[in-house]
Design a protein around this ligand. Structure first.
Ligand code: C2E
Ligand code: MG
Ligand code: MG
Length: 635
């Protein structure tokens, strides 16, 4: 028989799950069989006792040999059935279950029952009575062995064949009996096969459901990429742990780890290698925190919980791990640590947030690898919370203000206004006037930046409309977009809505996208950029040169304007290197048909140099600081 035939007959190899499922089914069936057999044998033994008592009363007592001859079978079958019953109960309670002993017991029961059936069937047949005892026993046994069709086939053939030869030997069977026996055999086998097939299909269905559940459980519990626990599991586990804490128990610290420069690693080695790195880091962290809790939180961020005492050694090991894995990209692990006060009701997500804040704070201190959350961060934490909690109010109440900074055209020493950049400010009743660095990052971190950006876009359109209504000819205004904007809402649709609502032509709105936006998932961004180009918006690459992949960006994306980061002008006078660099960037942009704009121009010399190397536009305090609408001419 080949594989397909065997599978078709359901004799093929079964998965562990299916075998266990059918086995469990049979053990449950054996419970009922054993109860019936116990009841039957008890009944038989009672009848036998009555017969013995009645015979003794009638003065013809039975001798011992007669009693043993008639009662031994019942006793043996009773004992085996009781054993089977106990075995089934233990199996169902999952207590000290021994599969080998169980199978042996089933086999002993099967053989005993068959022998009993043959013995009594034969005796009845010899007395010219029905052979029902045999039939009953055979069915009992098959009820138990259907989960093994091949052995069951041989068992049934041998039993029926054996019985037939046995009775034929004592009292030759008639043709009718022969036919009946054959029919019985074939029916028993078909019933058995049908039952087996049904069991297999039920078991396979149950297996598929179980597998699906398992997958769901895994997705909900473990991080798909690295296989270690995910944020959700971590939060749950820590919540449970913190619930059981009393004031005097050990003190724990929450760690938030971020791989610094991970994006450059991705750029250099590609996404597959980047994923592999994350897997290796996860595996290593799992080992380092083997007796504690560790999870992948998001992207290249991991979180852990350990006793305060071991924080430093764990962080050191984690840094060593990264050092081993990093290749020739300068990867570091930054760790923010928060030590909550050990008392009832610690809020896990807030604890993590504080650890994260401590971690992000490291950015401003190069060379630092670990930062512990302290009182000085508390103020910042509160301000962040305030920003997140009140962004909607800020938009609704007009706390978000748009400031405009002029952009000029460089032409032979004269600077002619050619545009404005719209820059957001947050005028808070509690925290006062805040520049973007105080809120942009936080809004991005909590994926709320779209609320601010839409508000800015609408205000810019409103201001442009007012200028147009006043009969002026406003210059274009460039808007800053976060990469998240392209994930959080349909930028193109929103821009079109606003242009229509305020009747502002699209050539009055320019779009600035920062270089760092182009180093993460870009498919949505790319799609949007294509549509925006088609709708005649001008796309600007902001902060060029501030990241690691500047040149790749030029190769992979089409921009109309290149905004050179102000970092190139810092130390312009002393650092003679920045001049040739600026010169080659401008030349390169020209070759790629891009307009160049240099940010952060503060001195006359800088401006003259930029004009001399052919830079098209300039922006900076030399021409004007960002100012509110009412102070901006022509807006
Ligand atoms: P950016 O787009 O590169 O904006 C230029 C920043 O440089 C502005 O800071 C501007 O005030 C400053 N700047 C301009 N000229 C000079 C100069 O000569 N010297 C110096 N030292 N600085 C100069 P600002 O307004 O604080 O904005 C910072 C960043 O915040 C912006 O960088 C932009 O990335 C982001 N941002 C501002 N407004 C928005 C917004 O509405 N939405 C989004 N998503 N981001 C915004
Ligand atoms: Mg900008
Ligand atoms: Mg910029």
């Amino acid at each position: 028989m080949n594989h397909r035939q065997r599978d078709w007959l359901e004799f093929g190899h079964q998965s562990d799950y299916v075998r266990k499922y059918i086995h469990a089914d049979n053990i449950r069936a054996s419970l009922y069989v054993s109860i019936i057999v116990i009841a039957l044998e008890v009944w038989m033994l009672l009848s036998l006792s009555r017969m013995i008592v009645d015979s003794a009363a009638a003065g013809t007592p039975r001798d011992l040999a007669w009693i043993i001859n008639h009662g031994a079978w019942y006793v043996v079958l009773l004992v085996v059935s009781i054993a089977l019953f106990v075995h089934a109960i233990r199996f169902m309670r999952r207590k000290t279950y021994n599969a080998r002993a169980g199978n042996t017991l089933l086999a002993i029961f099967a053989v005993t029952a068959l022998a009993f059936g043959i013995h009594f069937g034969y005796n009845s047949y010899m007395k010219g009575e029905q052979i029902l005892a045999f039939v009953t026993m055979v069915f009992f046994v098959f009820g138990l062995i259907v989960w093994k069709p091949v052995p069951a086939f041989f068992a049934s053939t041998l039993t029926f064949g054996g019985f037939y030869l046995y009775i034929d030997h004592g009292l030759p069977a008639t043709y009718g009996t022969q036919v009946n026996l054959f029919t019985l055999w074939i029916t028993a086998f078909v019933v058995m096969l049908a039952s087996y097939t049904r069991q297999v299909s039920e078991a396979s269905k149950a297996e598929r459901i179980e597998q699906a559940n398992e997958r769901l459980r895994n997705i909900a519990t473990f991080d798909e990429l690295t296989g270690i626990p995910n944020a959700h599991t971590f939060n749950n586990a820590v919540s449970i742990l913190f619930k059981g804490i009393d004031e005097f128990s050990v003190s724990y610290a929450v760690l938030y780890m971020d791989i610094e420069n991970y994006k450059s690693y991705n750029d250099k080695y590609g996404f597959v290698a980047g994923d592999n790195l994350l897997r290796d880091v996860a595996e290593g962290l799992l080992e380092i925190f083997s007796t504690e809790l560790v999870a992948r939180y998001s992207d290249d961020h991991f979180v852990a919980l350990c006793e305060t005492e071991v924080v430093e050694s764990r962080v050191a090991s984690a840094n060593e791990l990264l050092h081993r894995l990093r290749g020739d990209v300068r990867l570091h692990l930054k760790t923010g640590v928060f030590q909550p006060e050990m008392k009832e009701g610690i809020d896990v997500s807030q604890a993590l947030d504080k650890a994260r804040l401590a971690c992000n704070e490291i950015k401003r201190h190069p060379g630092v690898r670990m930062n512990v959350y302290d009182k000085s961060l508390e103020q910042q934490f509160n301000r962040r919370q305030h920003i997140i909690n009140s962004v909607k109010t800020a938009v609704a109440e007009g706390w978000i203000k748009v400031y405009y900074q002029p952009v000029v055209r460089c032409s032979d020493g004269s600077a002619e206004l050619c545009g404005y950049e719209a820059l957001a400010r947050w005028d808070d009743p509690e925290y006062g006037f805040m520049p973007p660095f105080a809120f942009i990052e936080t809004l991005e971190e909590f994926r709320e930046i779209d609320k601010l950006d839409r508000c800015v876009i609408e205000q810019v359109c409103r201001d442009l409309r007012a200028a147009l209504d006043a009969g002026e000819q406003p210059v274009p205004v460039s808007l800053n977009f976060s990469r998240l904007d392209f994930e959080l809402y349909d930028v193109t649709v929103f821009l079109q809505e606003m242009s229509q609502k305020y009747a502002v032509p699209s050539d009055l709105l320019d779009i600035e996208i920062t270089e760092s936006a182009l180093t993460v998932q870009v498919s949505e961004l790319r799609r949007n950029m294509a549509i925006l180009h088609d709708s005649h918006y001008s796309l600007w690459l902001d902060d060029f040169g501030s990241g690691y992949s500047s040149l790749n960006v030029l190769k992979d994306f089409r921009f109309d304007v290149l905004k050179i980061d102000m970092a190139f002008l810092r130390g312009f006078e002393d650092n003679k290197k920045s001049q040739p660099i600026l010169q080659s960037i401008v030349a390169l942009a020209k070759e790629l048909n891009m307009v160049t704009l240099c940010e952060g121009v503060e001195t006359r010399e800088q401006f003259e140099f930029l004009t001399s190397i052919g830079c098209d536009r300039a922006q900076g305090y030399l021409f004007g600081k960002p100012s509110p609408t009412k102070e901006v001419p022509s807006l």
